[in-house]
Design a protein around this ligand. Sequence first.
Ligand SMILES: Cc1ncc(COP(=O)(O)O)c(C=O)c1O
Length: 414
Amino acid sequence: MAESAADKLFDYPYRRLAKLLAGIEPGMSPILTHVGEPQGQPPGFVSEIVLENADLWSKYPDPRGTPDYRAAVADWIHRRYALPDGTIDPATQITTACGTREALFQAGVLAAAIKRPDLPAGEKPYIGLPNPAYHVYYGAALMGEAEPLPVPAAEAETNYLPDYPSLPPEILDRMAVAYLCTPSNPTGGVADLQTLVRNLEAARRHGYILALDECYSEIFNGETPPAGGFDAAQALGGSMDNLLVFNSLSKRSSAPGLRCGFVAGDAGLIEKIVMVRGYGGAQIPEPLMAAGAALWRDEVHVVKNRALYSGLFDIADGIFGDVPGYVRPAGGFFLWLPVADSERAAQRLWAEAGVKVLPGKLMSRPTDAEGRTPGDGFIRIALVHEPDAVRDALTRVKQVLQNELGRDAGAAEA
Ligand SMILES: Cc1ncc(COP(=O)(O)O)c(C=O)c1O
């Protein structure tokens, strides 16, 4: 029997990690750094607003989001990217998403459906994604019956990002959507304005969608916020054509449980996403949307959050600063730490130190017949705990891995 799209879907990285570590007992009290789940709390006003709006539990939420929520998002976008008033119309260029995950998935499936009629019969559209990547992009590619096109993004040489515009034009002509995550999970790479402009130009030239996953946009190093899709659109004259930007309160406000996000950009595409979500999208309950709107309007907690993450990266610098190839990520909250063998490192760290990390291999896809991936030489560590727990975890990592750490550790051993 022919293989269906569902058969091609592979286990999500966390399921593969559970299999890799099955039967191994943690050697010390566990510290879980494999999941990118902020352990801080959102501001107290969130619970108060949810309670104040309890009468709204009896309402089916509007799939597009309340006008107030969309206005709060539009105001935030204008402030954050210093856009001229009225650049983004909350009525037509913004829709809600229950976090970015479901919208990223839906947009990929939709993009494949939009592109397919432009291609010769039997030719599948490509869905461009970084290698390594957040795996929801693969889910969209496979369930949308498109061809995933993983583009190398693991190393400093590529600035830890995929370089789509440099792909051959005939490949770009088949592209339905290119996912670009900046700041990137897992590598911490951040696209500069010029890179974003090149990507948007390529998307327009070749008729595909640029899907910018910006859910880590507010967690960055230093004083200057990373550029985003809206900056690129402004630099190119203001049109939002071919652009979709995804963001949420999950990382920015340490509120992944609130499931409050948005998609914004090209009005024609937003209309199609609204249509799809009207059939199969989860809606954000209105009491939660009210709290979400207040979070988008508040920057105080975001500034505090960023300072906390910066302190965690200072701890990492102190511990790994002498490791060859160690790079303090430009954004996001993951360490992308070079090791000799990512799966062996994860097993040893769990067995000997009780630290659970995600092997880069599990976030990547093979690029050769031997099954090697660009993530084989890295582990991902989420810096999401209190400083003492982070210091403890990273110290254990350093002690256990010792001469398996660093860019050339594998080569030295071979
Ligand atoms: C790169 C990336 N995109 C999207 C998401 C989804 O986050 P949410 O659905 O909470 O917005 C995550 C969550 O870990 C992520 O790492």
